[in-house]
Design a binder for this molecule. Sequence first.
Ligand code: ASP
Length: 376
Amino acid sequence: MNRILTLLIGVIVLFSCENVKESTDKTSISDTSSEKIDETQPNFGIVIHGGAGTILKENMTDSLEKAYTMKLEEAIRIGHEILKNGGTAMEAVTKTITIMEDSPLFNAGKGAVFTHEETNELDASVMDGATLNAGAVAGVTHIKNPIDLALEVMNNSPHVLLAGKGAETFASERGFKMMHPSYFYTENRFQSLQNVKQKESNSVSSSVSDSNTSAYDPYLKNSKFGTVGCAALDKNGNLAAGTSTGGMTNKRWNRIGDAPIIGAGTYANNATCAVSSTGWGEYFIRAMVAHDISAMMEYKGVSLEEAAVEVIQTKVPDLGGNGGIVAIDKDGNVSMEFNTAGMYRAHMNAEGKLVIGIYKENFDTFNNKIGDNEQP
Ligand code: ASP
């Protein structure tokens, strides 16, 4: 009897050591915590991004790094809790995104970048993988949480995408509070605009224009895309995705990026996956990034990871674009793929294991070569 007991204890100890090792190995920069695994429970999971771009360890202070990781953790834990308690993927996605929209750290809601005219124009979208319903808003200037308005468009209008004044009239009619535009002002975003304008005027005076090169090209090569996004799988097997952004610094002429474009910035389909993008929107629209990942899974039968690698590491860079995605498939597999130096990102699975990352190892900035990505 004693022998059997000792053997049993030995097996349990060995098993828990394996689990701890797995958690630690897979953590990219931050902590993980594991709750007890209960295989009788349905699977669920959540993944978020806070933008991709030239995010380098050497340019980051410890306190800023901490601020980002803390906010990512706060946001994802809120979404995870909703899922854990049986909430829908859409509730988790929208609630998680509002936390990031309210933080000046990210280019969405408070903290949005400035347009050429020194205003803030916000874009957002959501998609429900169960129904293929979607809602989006573009170029709104008075809405604190554009992701909530995108959801409202989906749930309470006959349309998918509303823009500008019309979107705000709809918002007022639906009882949304109008914020004074000064709410969106942050000093560092304003300074970024001044820097970009400065670079733009230097480059305009020293280069011949080329039809394929936008006026803000010199900046874009080194930019940070601070868009926020989330994709989630709930306990009922439903997927949802959402994306919210201030767009790109110095944008003009009511430029709209990929974030509110269903299929480019956001896509969700219960048959495949849910995806949220961040990056140089013009290329993400042309590559139909989020839908292409889903379509590759659906038509070619490839895994989420294979599809994401193909789109982000080959198709988008071949066009000349850069950025990344976060995605989750119907089985809870996650991808956090990017071709930039870094992407603010986090993932939490049903077991409560948390993975947070910012940088990509082996990114060779000098040769602009892309190294191994860290996967959850
Ligand atoms: N994709 C966004 C846009 O082009 C920018 C970003 O991801 O930060 O508007």
